[in-house]
Write a protein that binds this ligand. Structure first.
Ligand SMILES: NC(=O)c1ccc[n+]([C@@H]2O[C@H](COP(=O)([O-])OP(=O)(O)OC[C@H]3O[C@@H](n4cnc5c(N)ncnc54)[C@H](O)[C@@H]3O)[C@@H](O)[C@H]2O)c1
Length: 264
């Protein structure tokens, strides 16, 4: 079943929790890519991650990352996404072969125009990330969706708060919440792209001192039925805003891309 190729070049944009988890998956053989570039707005972080990977630290630019990577994982910040996609599109005519961009900071995709993809342009992938269930929402959409709602509960520290009682910190649309909490609500935008769009997807964000996990609950209703999905995710110790499942989702998608058997 092992069909992945070590010659596929991987570029990582963002050398934080998720970038590090991906490099660890390369090191222990769960993923088979050649790490070509790591880029971070803090150069020392990129160098540390390349060193962890056992590679010669590279002074990458965004253009080099886009030119020399077959697959790019964005795990930086929503503001990094539009420049990445624009740069990859601009160098794509001079590249040979398919290119894939896997985006974690999905909120940043709201600043990108999408159209029918010319063959040479990169394919941008939206991850399920910390949420899950996007495949079922996308499937329901084909018969018509009426409503999509997401409730996310986080321990207050993950929202930078110090409250002692359950507190609703936001209620509104996915389009609004990602502007206010860009590091915490990428899942809402991912769900909205799978379903009825950021203006119609409803979001409640709750700081809950009684939990030690990030809990996401989605409900989607449509002509073909109803989907409900809950994930209760362990936060990364180094960064409680991020769920471990989000990094695992990136690793799973990278495994899928490198395999002749694709699931999901
Ligand atoms: N889709 C999901 O379900 C989901 C879940 C968790 C996290 N995320 C998102 O994934 C991203 C990475 O998460 P993380 O926990 O690894 O974050 P992190 O804070 O641990 O690491 C982010 C890294 O990116 C770097 N960075 C920030 N802005 C940058 C830019 N414009 N260009 C280059 N580098 C930049 C930072 O210096 C840092 O090293 C975040 O945007 C986070 O919101 C998405």
């Amino acid at each position: 079943m092992e069909t992945e190729s070590h010659t596929t070049r991987l570029g990582i944009l963002g050398a934080g929790c998720i970038g590090t988890a991906i490099v660890k998956a390369l090191l222990d053989g769960r993923l088979s890519y050649r790490l070509a570039h790591v880029l971070d707005s803090e150069a020392a972080r990129a160098e540390a991650l390349m060193e962890l990977a056992g590679e010669q630290p590279a002074a990458s630019t965004l253009e080099e990352l886009c030119r020399d990577s077959d697959v790019i994982v964005e795990c930086a910040h929503p503001s990094a996404v539009a420049p990445l996609v624009e740069c990859a599109r601009s160098v794509s005519a001079g590249r040979s072969g398919d290119q894939h961009i896997v985006v974690l900071s999905v909120g940043g995709l709201l600043d990108v125009e999408f159209h029918n993809r010319p063959a040479h342009e990169p394919a941008v992938h939206v991850l399920s990330g910390a949420l899950g269930g996007l495949d079922a929402v996308l499937a329901l959409r084909q018969a018509g969706l009426e409503s999509v709602e997401l409730t996310s509960r986080k321990p207050p520290a993950g929202l930078g708060l110090d409250v002692t009682e359950e507190t609703v910190v936001f209620e509104g649309t996915a389009a609004e919440v990602i502007r206010l909490y860009p590091k915490n609500t990428n899942v809402a935008v991912a769900l909205s792209l799978a379903g009825i769009g950021p203006e119609r997807t409803r979001m409640r964000l709750i700081a809950d001192p009684a939990i030690d996990r990030n809990v996401h609950h989605l409900v989607a209703r449509g002509a073909a039925g109803e989907v409900e999905f809950t994930s209760r995710n362990v936060p990364f110790p180094e960064n409680p805003k991020t769920s471990y499942l989000a990094a695992l989702s990136a690793i799973a998608v990278l495994g899928n891309l490198g395999s002749s058997l694709r699931i999901g």
